[in-house]
Write a protein that binds this ligand. Structure first.
Ligand code: P6P
Length: 349
């Protein structure tokens, strides 16, 4: 794992992290708020509510086989994907909790065609949330890690007015915060508010998230590539050339790792270094992943952790979305590997 950025050390030392004092997520969020004395506290409430939703979803994910909520519903979601029972549970859980919290004016969810208004017709919440309630849900029934991805923006419409589509179509560079929850061998919540990336691990015995990965950053090395190999024949020449280069490299040799769960592949690459690719394809030039609630939040985290995130034409965070469920090609991870991919693209141009 990359070392904690030096500027974060005084804070973490003060919190007693280096003296092995356990710092809860709640303390960390509250301290973050204390650093901005004039804030309303709504972001604190919002982050706290996301952590509560994470605990509830985690409980169900861990007992899915026993709770009769494995498998799919007879519904297909707006992505034209078979909805899993846990997809629906996670979507409803985060919607219920965030709506009750008063900080959120509206939510754009992977599981719903249009955004949903929260509270009093969405007129008073300061923030809008974009969320993939349960990413990688096709892995649920085979007990492979899955995740939740969230993106937080300030509303663009004035308080007291009805939300519009534009509130949910802001470029990733406008995000106030972004994060993911990984329901894996342990359950982690990793997030950024623009001042570095910190990871918290849930202690199920006490139901608290504790700071376990302060100041996360991509290591300078890292030689793992994550791509669905079956897609390569339909990928661009630049991606094919890059992967061939990874396969042929010997000093150091690369490893191929692909879990089929974006949050899991991203998290492993963040800790050990690497690159995740879901490319544009001949029959799907826009690729598969969704910009607003998968790629943009992970791109914010990646850049805050010293990495990069691009599509075929440039920086993901600079992309202005036109549709709520817009798909983009997505390449994210260690800076040196994104540079190598870009060189392949330029060589092919
Ligand atoms: P494929 C899961 O459906 C997901 O959105 C990501 O979590 C994952 O990385 C990708 O799609 C897997 O897609 O086409 O390789 O099965």
């Amino acid at each position: 794992m990359g070392f904690c950025p030096t500027w974060q050390r005084p804070y973490l030392w003060k919190k007693g992290f280096e003296m092995n004092k356990t710092v809860t997520l709640q303390e960390f969020i509250m301290d973050g708020q204390a650093a901005f004395p004039f804030v309303s506290g709504q972001l604190t409430r919002l982050l706290t509510d996301l952590a509560i939703g994470a605990k509830i979803v985690n409980h169900q994910v861990n007992r899915a086989g026993l709770a009769g909520i494995l498998g799919s519903t007879d519904q297909v979601n707006v992505q034209d994907e078979q909805q899993q029972k846990l997809d629906v549970f996670a979507d409803r859980t985060f919607l219920r909790i965030l709506s009750a919290g008063k900080s959120v004016a509206g939510i754009g969810s992977e599981e719903r065609e249009d955004f949903v208004l929260c509270g009093d017709e969405g007129k008073n919440g300061k923030y809008v949330v974009l969320i993939d309630p349960l990413d990688g849900s096709s892995n649920i029934d085979v007990n492979v890690s899955i995740g939740t991805i969230f993106s937080i923006h300030k509303r663009t419409t004035p308080l007291g007015e009805a939300l519009t589509d534009e509130d949910f179509l802001q470029p990733g560079s406008h995000q106030v915060a972004a994060g993911y929850i990984l329901y894996g061998s342990s359950t982690m919540l990793v997030y950024t508010t623009g001042t570095g990336v910190n990871g918290f691990t849930l202690d199920p015995a006490v139901g608290e998230f504790f700071l376990s990965h302060p100041g996360m950053s991509f290591p300078d090395h890292g030689f793992t590539y994550s791509i669905n190999d079956a897609l390569l024949a339909r990928a661009t020449p630049a991606v094919r050339s890059f992967i061939e280069g990874c396969r042929e490299a010997t000093e150091p040799a690369f490893r191929a790792r692909y879990i089929g769960s974006l949050v899991s592949d991203f998290h492993r690459n963040l800790i050990h270094g690497g690159i995740y690719l879901y490319p544009s394809l001949i029959n799907k030039p826009e690729g598969k992943l969704r910009l607003q609630y998968e790629c943009a939040p992970l791109a914010f985290i990646a850049e805050q952790a010293g990495g990069q995130a691009e599509d075929d034409s440039g920086r993901i965070l600079d992309r202005k979305p036109e549709q709520l469920h817009e798909r983009v090609p997505f390449y994210v991870g260690s800076r040196h590997l994104l540079h190598a991919l870009k060189a392949c693209r330029q060589a092919g141009s």
